[in-house]
Design a protein around this ligand. Structure first.
Ligand code: HEM
Length: 198
């Protein structure tokens, strides 16, 4: 996460950053991407667990964002590239304890987390290419899901945050939902046994 917010950041973005900074830190520290023992098999298990979270959550978001922001198809592509069959992907467990999306404010909180993760994805893409030799066609499509549009997709999401109706209530709902997204994701990954222990 950036240390200091950029001057043009909207109040909602600032609140989301501040509200989720600790969650990001905790989850980042527990993800195994940089651990010594991380190998292809562990990477596949992690992608399976990511799929189990993103697929059902994106279904819930479908009234609030276009399918161009869906990342489950890239995860599916990665699993196929990593050797999973379509039947194995269909049989993967899906997370049921998800943040509840009741309106645009809560949807924006969830989207902030999922869209923001494309920024960290740029770091992970390079690391996984180096460590596992994984690229877009061999299991790393999700990590670079927007490719060269990563920056412009993020900026257009920030515009959406700026244009959202301002209310203290709405802002609180967005932040609570963003925090819940991080927490649900961490709990799910823990349950799938793909995280480092605390
Ligand atoms: C080891 C894993 C991860 C690393 C190394 C990482 C790294 C980063 C980095 C470097 C940024 C800042 C990018 C920039 O300002 O250009 C960032 C931003 C962000 N990441 Fe992560 N990240 C990781 C995992 C995640 C996960 C799993 C999520 C959520 C599911 C996530 C959500 C976010 C969000 C929401 C931001 C946006 C912050 C903002 O600018 O407001 N990250 N991450």
């Amino acid at each position: 996460m950036p240390d200091a917010p950029r001057p043009s950041a909207s109040p909602l973005l600032l609140a989301l950053r501040q509200g989720t900074q600790a969650c990001h830190k905790t989850l980042e520290a527990r993800l195994p991407f940089f651990s010594d023992s991380f190998d292809h098999a562990a990477y596949r298990r992690l992608v399976e667990a990511y799929y189990g979270f993103h697929a059902p959550l994106e279904l819930r978001l479908s009234g609030y964002q276009g399918s161009e922001r869906h990342k489950a198809p890239a995860l599916c592509q990665d699993l196929l590239a990593l050797g999973a069959s379509a039947a194995q992907i269909d049989a993967l467990p899906l997370c049921e304890r998800l943040p509840s999306i009741t309106d645009q404010a809560s949807a924006l909180g969830v989207m902030y987390v999922l869209e923001g993760s494309t920024l960290g994805g740029q770091v992970l893409k390079r690391a996984m290419a180096e460590r596992l030799g994984v690229d877009t066609n061999t299991g790393g499509a999700f990590l670079d899901v927007y490719g060269s549009a990563t920056g412009s997709r993020w900026r257009s999401f920030l515009q959406r945050l700026e244009q959202a109706p301002h209310s203290a209530d709405g802002q609180a709902r967005s932040v609570a939902c963003a925090v819940a997204t991080f927490q649900c994701f961490e709990r799910w990954l823990d349950q799938r046994q793909v995280l480092e222990s605390r």
